[in-house]
Write a protein that binds this ligand. Structure first.
Ligand SMILES: Cc1cc2nc3c(=O)[nH]c(=O)nc-3n(C[C@H](O)[C@H](O)[C@H](O)COP(=O)(O)OP(=O)(O)OC[C@H]3O[C@@H](n4cnc5c(N)ncnc54)[C@H](O)[C@@H]3O)c2cc1C
Ligand code: FES
Length: 256
C-alpha cells in the first residue's frame, strides 16, 4: 500500500481529563483507503529533544471531510509537546502505516484497555458499514481513564470494566461477563498482559483473536528492525507486518 507524507491542519482539539487528548486533522486532498488498526508516524516539531516521529493509531476517519482523528495519551516528552498544539497548527504525518485488522467475522468482540481503545472506533465503524454491530468492551483503572465513552454507541453495543467499579463491571477487563457470550472473533488493543490473557482465552475457546502490538518504533517502515516480534514464521517488523497479528502466530501468546 502506498505511503504518504504530508501536512495536516488541526481543525478540532478535545481534551479528556489530564491524560488524553484528541486531534482532528484535515487534509486538503482525498484520503487514501485506511484500514482500521493502521497508524501514522507523527512528527514532533517543537521539541529539540525529540528526534523520532511517534507512532499513533488512526482513531477515526471521515472520508467526507478528509479528516482523521488521533487519540493520544500523554506519557512523555513527545506526547506532551503534541498536547500543546492548537487548532490551526499543522502536523506532519507519514500515513497510512502497517497492516490493520481484518474486519472478518460476524459475531465480533472488540476489547480496548487504556489508550488501546484508540484504533477500535474506526474498526467498529468499518464493521458497521458491513452491517455488523460489534460488541465493544472498554476497560481502565477508573472511569476517568476511559477517555471516550459515547462515540462507539452509533456502531456498537458498549460495555465497561473498571478496577475500582466506578463504571461498568468491577474488576479486570478480562473478567467481564461479556466474555461468556459466543464470538467468532475477538479484536484487542491495550497492555500486553491484557491482550495475552485474551489470546489465551480465545485459544481455549477456538475463537480467532487479532491483537495490535505497541512495540517501541523508530522508522515505522520496516527499515531499522527495532520493533520486531517473535512469530512462528520468524521475527517480523511490527511496524510493517503488524501492528496487528493473529495471536496464534505470536510465540508464547496463545498458550503460555
Ligand atoms: C503502532 C502503535 C500505535 C500506537 N497508538 C497509540 C495511540 O493511538 N495513542 C497513544 O496515546 N499512544 C499510542 N501508541 C504509543 C505511543 O507511540 C507512545 O506512547 C509514544 O510514542 C510515547 O512518546 P513520548 O515521547 O511521549 O514518550 P517517551 O518520552 O518516548 O517515553 C515516555 C514513557 O512512555 C513509554 N513508551 C514509549 N513508547 C511506548 C510504547 N509504544 N508503548 C508503551 N510505552 C511506551 C516509555 O517507555 C517511557 O516510559 C502507539 C504505539 C504504537 C507502536
Ligand atoms: S520501526 Fe523500524 S523496522 Fe519497525
Amino acid at each position: 500500500m502506498k505511503k504518504y507524507i504530508s501536512d495536516f491542519t488541526i481543525v478540532e482539539k478535545q481534551t479528556y481529563g489530564q491524560q488524553y487528548f484528541k486531534l482532528v486533522l484535515k487534509h486538503p486532498d482525498v484520503l487514501p483507503e485506511i484500514t482500521p488498526g493502521q497508524f501514522v508516524e507523527v512528527e514532533v516539531k517543537d521539541n529539540k529533544n525529540v528526534y523520532l516521529r511517534r507512532p499513533i493509531s488512526i482513531h477515526d476517519v471521515d472520508t467526507q471531510d478528509n479528516t482523521i482523528s488521533l487519540l493520544i495519551q500523554i506519557v512523555g516528552k513527545g506526547t506532551t509537546t503534541l498536547s500543546q498544539l492548537e487548532v490551526g497548527d499543522k502536523l506532519n504525518l507519514v500515513y497510512p502505516l502497517g497492516k490493520g485488522f481484518s474486519t472478518e467475522g460476524n459475531n465480533v468482540l472488540l476489547v480496548g484497555g487504556g489508550c488501546g481503545l484508540a484504533p477500535l472506533l474506526h474498526t467498529a465503524r468499518c464493521y458497521a458499514a458491513k452491517g455488523i454491530r460489534t460488541k465493544v468492551l472498554l476497560g481502565g483503572r477508573t472511569a476517568n481513564l476511559i477517555p471516550i465513552k459515547d462515540e462507539f454507541k452509533p456502531f456498537a453495543e458498549v460495555y465497561f470494566s473498571t478496577e475500582d467499579g466506578s463504571l461498568g463491571e468491577k474488576g479486570l477487563v478480562t473478567t467481564h461477563t461479556i466474555f461468556s457470550q459466543p464470538y467468532d472473533r475477538i479484536i484487542t488493543c491495550g497492555p500486553n498482559p491484557m491482550m495475552k490473557a485474551i489470546a489465551r482465552y480465545a485459544n481455549e475457546k477456538g475463537i480467532e483473536c487479532e491483537v495490535s502490538l505497541e512495540n517501541s518504533m523508530a522508522c515505522g517502515i520496516g527499515a531499522c528492525l527495532c520493533c520486531v516480534a517473535d512469530t512462528d514464521n520468524g521475527h517480523k517488523c511490527v511496524c510493517k507486518e503488524g501492528p496487528v497479528f493473529n495471536a496464534k502466530d505470536l510465540v508464547k501468546w496463545s498458550n503460555s
